[in-house]
Design a binder for this molecule. Structure first.
Ligand SMILES: Cc1cc2nc3c(=O)[nH]c(=O)nc-3n(C[C@H](O)[C@H](O)[C@H](O)COP(=O)(O)O)c2cc1C
Length: 497
């Protein structure tokens, strides 16, 4: 039976009418008819299936409304590592790993020492038909460096149940067992599903640790409220297994969607971040409050999708992400130079707060002063503003313009009006607007709230979220735009052949 419910979308995802007709050695008009009738003839179904497999595509209709076992069966394998820590709800996770296994996930399981007081590695092995890992130091596992190997290249690492102890350990980078070592050595997305006594949950130590983990980009599956195993009432219950399964699957499908939207593999992303420092003299400079956190979060989240990321950063006080290329700059002029050197990319995101001007010292007689040495207070002095280069405009109007150019606009009033003006004047594909006011103090904060405005002036407003969550919203939208532009260019090219 033909189970392609949205044939136009399917053809689009396979590369468009012209491309598919070429691959299937038919006329473009045949493919157009399939789209018109929303039906693929039975004689072509297996061929289309082969194309889907080649492209590693899945047939699904709507991620948000169709999450579940049937959807996942049709798609390629996700690799997931489940760490089970020593909480009373350990036994429930056996049902979860059975679900993952049944639905063709490539699953590995690690038990902490405390978890083994509640369940055994043998039960896990009998459910997933695989070794269950427990030891950091065992001759066999040491040889294979399992703490490193298990940490790497997973689509997702899930800690469930995540104990208060485990939360505290990973917050502080403790690495005294296999599970903690994996978290520390991981380059994958991490989600935790805490479950504990309500007092342990509400304790400031736990809550502060969770805040830090969220800021690092670790996702939290919040516990439910209700009567606990210990008889106390409050927040701390492990969510239902179906709920955890849905949330993790949802994340993986979204990740898959972003991967497919990536089209060329790997996408080359150029990001600028942080402020610039415009030297006044050897001691003083003109700058702004940008921390660079949003740009760094974007770089980290793009990396998790397998993109090739170049990050050009002004001076910041935060840790450098492990990007493919990191370039440190100081001034707008230096940033422009590095952007020029790295302009060959698919998507350019200008999140840097580039100073609009620099200050040039003059004498009262209007003579330009040297700023080689420290300027003295007692001198007759005034400053002229010299306009800095407009980096995003340079990129956007460049012959080598990347397919997608995205800017940021931080405004103190008339947010939409000012951001839209910038979008149009600089010919951007999208602008991320931030309102800078006391209630939404974005600079240096861990949280952000944005409005995304595209070329057609469609607007999408986010809630107040962590900068990593905001990064993921921006990434999904930009990959969708990138794909649209790619498809348009492709159709234009194939029409002219
Ligand atoms: C019967 C029993 C039930 C427990 N349940 C939980 C729990 O649900 N959540 C939790 O955070 N800790 C719980 N603990 C405490 C943890 O087992 C303890 O903090 C342990 O050190 C966790 O080790 P791990 O984080 O390495 O797995 C429980 C302890 C016992 C004795």
């Amino acid at each position: 039976m033909n189970n392609f419910t949205n044939v136009p979308e399917l053809i689009f995802k396979l590369g468009g009418t012209g491309y598919v007709s070429k691959l299937l050695k038919t006329n473009p008009s045949t493919i157009s008819n399939w789209k018109k009738n929303n039906k693929i003839p039975n004689s072509y179904i297996s061929k289309v299936d082969v194309l889907l497999k080649k492209k590693n595509l899945i047939t699904y209709t709507d991620y948000d409304n169709n999450i579940g076992i049937n959807t996942i069966k049709k798609k390629s394998k996700f690799s997931i590592l489940v760490i089970i820590a020593g909480g009373v709800s350990c036994y429930k996770i056996l049902e979860l790993i059975r679900l993952y296994y049944k639905n063709n996930f490539d699953i590995e399981v690690v038990l902490t020492k405390s978890a083994q007081k509640f369940i055994t590695p043998l039960i896990v092995t009998s459910l997933i038909n695989k070794k269950c890992f427990t030891e950091l130091f065992s001759s066999e596992e040491e040889e294979n460096m399992s703490h490193i190997n298990l940490a790497r290249n997973k689509d997702l690492i899930l800690v469930a149940p995540c104990t208060a102890n485990f939360i505290a350990k990973i917050t502080h980078g403790i690495a005294d067992d296999l599970a903690c070592n994996i978290i520390l050595a991981s380059n994958s997305k991490i989600m935790i599903a805490p479950s504990m006594n309500p007092y342990m949950w509400e304790n400031k130590a736990t809550q502060n640790n969770l805040k830090i983990l969220k800021q690092r980009g670790i996702d939290l599956i919040n516990p439910n409220s209700g009567i606990m195993a210990c008889g106390e009432n409050g927040t701390g219950r492990l969510p239902e297994i179906n709920e955890i399964y849905s949330l993790t699957t949802h994340y993986l499908l979204k990740k898959e969607e972003k991967r497919h939207l990536g089209f060329q593999s790997p996408l080359k992303i150029l990001i600028t971040a942080g402020p610039t420092h415009e030297k006044i003299d050897p001691i003083r400079y003109l700058s702004n409050n940008s921390s660079g956190k949003q740009g760094y979060a974007l770089a980290e989240e793009f990396l998790k999708l397998g993109a090739h990321v170049t990050l050009i950063s002004g001076p910041t006080n935060i840790n450098k992400p492990n990007v493919n290329k990191f370039v440190q700059v100081l001034s707008a002029k230096e940033m422009l130079l590095e952007v020029k050197n790295n302009i060959d990319c698919d998507i350019f995101i200008s999140s840097a707060a580039v100073c609009d001007w620099k200050l040039i010292p003059y004498t009262l007689k209007n003579k330009k002063m040297s700023n080689k040495d420290k300027l003295k207070k007692n001198k007759d002095i005034f400053f002229k503003l010299e306009t800095n280069p407009d980096i995003i405009k340079f990129v956007s109007k460049n012959k080598k313009r990347p397919k997608l150019v995205i800017g940021f606009a931080a405004e103190t009033k008339n947010l939409i009006q000012n951001a839209t003006k910038k979008l149009k004047e600089k010919q951007l594909d999208m602008i991320i607007a931030n309102l800078v006011e006391k209630e939404n103090a974005i600079f240096g904060e861990e949280y952000n709230q944005i409005i995304m405005i595209d070329k057609q002036c469609n607007m999408q407003e986010s809630e107040k979220l962590t900068k990593h969550e905001i990064a993921n919203i921006i990434i999904l939208k930009s990959l969708k735009l990138h794909k649209e532009i790619y498809a348009k260019n492709y159709n234009r090219k194939s029409n002219t052949i």
